[in-house]
Write a protein that binds this ligand. Structure first.
Ligand code: C5P
Length: 227
């Protein structure tokens, strides 16, 4: 298929990012990490004091904040990593932590925020893309070439997160991490706007008992059938 679009949706910690990165490399496609967009909006909203509760016209304010952001992804040829550029500046803040993940899922419930992020995401699909998120196959790219929904039990995902943190020498409280994962799942699955769920034509993979290579092999096999 010319300019294929491969979508990988599912809850946090199921291994979407790892598979998406590997697949994009193998196929020479761009990578869309849609969660990063919601994380940026979440962080900016937090910094603007919008997530402190009891804010009037919250959706309007968040929608306006998101709309005026100039967001882009850019490959840094020196480091071979994808950088996020906001209003011309490369993002250097840490957005990959559970605190920011929580802010992201708070702003992600609002249709005005989602609508403001639609175009930047769909534009990335024009040259072919591997896209990971919650609604890539259901909302953003309904006509994708191949759709995958990668999930795993909350316990398996908490175990992986703890192992990751320990490897980085950071403190890891299993019970707290499990509770955060469950709270974020709950919000992402039960919201009215683009709830996290498999597209009807998605291959569902449960990675609880699989390693990264096994997951990747299943994904590649499925994409080969579709492509
Ligand atoms: O995938 P990641 O953990 O980075 O996403 C952070 C949060 O952003 C999710 O918990 C979800 O609330 C939101 N999100 C979304 N739609 C996407 C990607 C992320 O609502 N396509």
């Amino acid at each position: 298929v010319f300019n294929p679009i491969i979508t990988i949706d599912g809850p946090s910690g199921a291994g979407k990012g790892t598979v998406a990165y590997r697949l994009a490399q193998a196929l020479g496609l761009n990578l869309l990490d849609s969660g990063a967009l919601y994380r940026i909006v979440g962080l900016l909203a937090h910094e603007a004091g919008l997530l402190d509760g009891q804010v009037a016209d919250l959706e309007e304010k968040l929608g306006a904040l998101t709309e005026k952001l100039d967001l882009a992804f850019r490959v840094n040829d020196d480091t071979k990593t994808v950088e996020i550029v906001i209003d011309g500046q490369v993002l250097t803040k840490d957005i990959r932590n559970e605190t920011v993940g929580g802010y992201a899922s708070q702003v992600a419930v609002f249709p005005k925020v989602r609508a403001a992020l639609l175009k930047v995401q769909q534009d990335m699909g024009k040259k072919g893309v591997v896209a990971d998120g919650r609604d890539m196959g259901t909302v953003i790219f309904p006509n994708a070439t191949a759709k995958i929904f990668l999930t795993a039990s909350a316990k398996a995902r908490a175990d992986r997160r703890v192992a990751q943190l320990q490897m980085m020498g950071k403190p890891a409280d299993y019970e707290a991490i499990l509770a955060e994962i469950q709270a974020r799942d709950e919000r992402d699955q039960n919201r009215a706007a683009a709830p996290s769920k498999p597209a009807e034509d998605a291959l569902v993979i449960d990675s609880s008992a699989l390693n990264a290579d096994e997951v990747y092999a299943k994904v590649v096999e499925f994409c080969a059938q579709k492509g």
